[in-house]
Design a protein around this ligand. Structure first.
Ligand code: GLA
Length: 392
C-alpha cells in the first residue's frame, strides 16, 4: 500500500484534496515481438513497476495534470480540447481523456497527479502504464467501467491518434488485464487470451542496457512502414488481410515484389508467430530449455531480420547465454535499446545478475540495472482489490 499512500499524500499536498488512487503496472514481453500490429501472437506479463494516478474532482471544467516525475503541471479547458499533442508527457493522459470523450464518456473537471517508478525509455511500456492508470482514474471519476478489450483499445487509440506513436495493442492489453503469477498469451487479432503459469524453477530477470528506446520517435515507425509495405504485397497477391495468415512459403512467393527490408521484417514476424506457439507448448509441458531456445532464436531474428537490436543489447544477451543457469535471453519491447528479458534458474538468479552486470560494465563501460520480476496483476485486477496491492 506504500505507493498508494505516497501518491495520495502527494496529491493532498499539491491540490489540498483527498483523491482516489488507481495503479497500472509496466510489462515485459517474454516472446512475440513486433507481431501485434499485424494481428499476431505475443506473450507478455505485467511486472512490479507501476504508475499511480490520483484524481479529485474540480468544480470548473478544467483538466489539470501534474506529473511528479517531471514536476510539471499542464491544464486546459476540457470542452475546448482538440487533437493538439505537444510532444511531452502530458500527451499520454490528455490523449486518454480525448479518446474517452471520443467514445462518448462524459468527464467533468478534475485534478490528476501522476507518479510512478517505471523506468522511462527502457522498453517496459511506461507509456501504456501511464495511459491505463490515467484511464482508470478518469473512468472512476465518470462513474463508468469498461471491459478490458474496450479499455485497451481506447488507450491504444490515445497513443496512435493523439500521441502519434504507431504502436500495437499488446502493451495496453496486458497492462490492463494481466493476472498475478501468469504470463498472458494474447492473440492480437481476436483479442482472445490465455493465462499461463511460469515453471516454479525459473525466474524472469529484466536487464536494462541503459540505452534509451522510444516508440513515439525514430525507427519504430520506419520498421512498421516496412512491415506494412510487405503486408500490402501479400494482401494484393494472395488475398491475406493480415501478415498473421501468411506462411514463410507465401512470403517467399512474393519476395521479388517487395524491398529486401520488407522481406526480412515480414520473415521475422511470420517466424515469430510460430515461436510464440512453441513457447506456449513449452510452458504447458514445463519444458524450460525449449522455451529458452526459442527465446534465443527470437533474439537472433530481432537482430538480423528485424534489425532492431544494438551492440549493447547483443552484449547483454551474449553474456547471459554464457552462464549455465540462463535458459534463454532476448531483447524485449520495441527494440533499439531498452531491456533484455532472461529466463534463469531460480536459485541462481542473484548470482546471474552479479556476473552479468560486471561483464557488461567491462565490455561497454555502462552499468546495467537488473530486476528479478514475478508476473503481477494488471490495472483491472488491482482496482478490484480496492487499489494498489503491495509488491512482495
Ligand atoms: C512497443 C509497442 C507494442 C509492440 C512492441 C514490439 O512496445 O508499443 O505495440 O509493437 O513495441 O513488440
Amino acid at each position: 500500500m506504500r505507493e498508494k499512500e505516497q501518491a495520495l499524500q502527494l496529491h493532498l499536498q499539491r491540490f489540498g484534496e483527498v483523491g482516489r488512487a488507481f495503479a497500472a503496472p509496466a510489462r515485459v514481453n517474454l516472446i512475440g515481438e513486433h507481431t501485434d500490429y499485424t494481428g499476431g501472437l505475443v506473450m507478455p506479463m505485467a511486472i512490479g513497476f507501476r504508475t499511480v494516478a490520483v484524481l479529485s474532482p474540480r468544480v470548473d471544467n478544467r483538466a489539470v495534470f501534474y506529473s511528479a516525475s517531471f514536476d510539471e503541471e499542464v491544464s486546459f479547458e476540457i470542452a475546448s480540447m482538440g487533437l493538439t499533442p505537444e510532444g511531452r508527457w502530458s500527451d499520454y493522459p490528455a490523449g486518454v481523456l480525448w479518446s474517452l470523450r471520443q467514445e462518448g464518456v462524459e468527464i467533468g473537471g478534475f485534478n490528476m497527479s501522476l507518479m510512478g517508478d517505471v523506468p522511462l525509455g527502457a522498453g517496459l511500456s511506461s507509456s501504456a502504464s501511464l495511459e491505463v492508470a490515467a484511464a482508470m482514474a478518469l473512468l472512476g471519476h465518470a462513474k463508468e467501467a469498461l471491459p478490458l478489450k474496450k479499455l485497451a483499445t481506447l488507450c491504444r487509440r490515445a497513443e496512435n491518434e493523439y500521441v502519434g506513436a504507431k504502436s500495437g495493442i499488446m502493451d495496453q492489453f496486458v497492462v490492463g488485464g494481466a493476472i498475478a503469477n501468469r504470463a498472458m498469451l494474447l492473440d492480437c487479432r481476436s483479442l482472445e487470451f490465455e493465462l499461463l503459469p511460469l515453471p516454479a524453477e525459473v525466474r524472469v530477470v529484466i536487464c536494462n542496457s541503459m540505452v534509451k528506446h522510444a516508440v513515439s520517435t525514430g525507427v519504430y515507425g520506419d520498421r512498421r512502414d516496412e512491415v506494412e509495405a510487405g503486408q500490402a504485397v501479400l494482401r494484393e497477391r494472395l488475398g491475406f488481410e493480415l501478415l498473421r495468415d501468411a506462411t514463410l512459403a507465401d512470403l517467399e512467393a512474393c519476395r521479388a515484389e517487395m524491398s529486401a527490408a520488407s522481406f526480412l521484417r515480414c520473415r521475422h514476424i511470420i517466424a515469430e508467430n510460430g515461436r510464440v506457439k512453441v513457447a506456449r507448448e513449452a510452458l504447458l509441458q514445463g519444458e524450460v530449455k525449449r522455451f529458452g531456445d526459442v527465446m534465443v532464436e527470437a533474439h537472433a531474428s530481432m537482430r538480423d531480420d528485424f534489425a532492431a537490436s544494438c551492440v549493447e543489447i547483443d552484449a547483454l544477451v551474449e553474456i547471459a547465454m554464457q552462464q549455465e543457469d540462463c535458459f534463454g535471453a532476448r531483447i524485449t519491447g520495441g527494440g533499439f535499446g531498452g531491456c533484455t528479458v532472461n529466463l534463469v534458474r531460480a536459485e541462481a538468479a542473484e548470482g546471474f545478475v552479479a556476473v552479468l552486470r560486471k561483464a557488461y560494465q567491462e565490455k561497454t563501460g555502462m552499468i546495467a540495472e537488473c530486476v528479478v520480476s514475478a508476473p503481477t496483476d494488471g490495472a483491472l485486477a488491482l482496482a478490484e482489490q480496492g487499489g494498489v496491492r503491495s509488491i512482495q
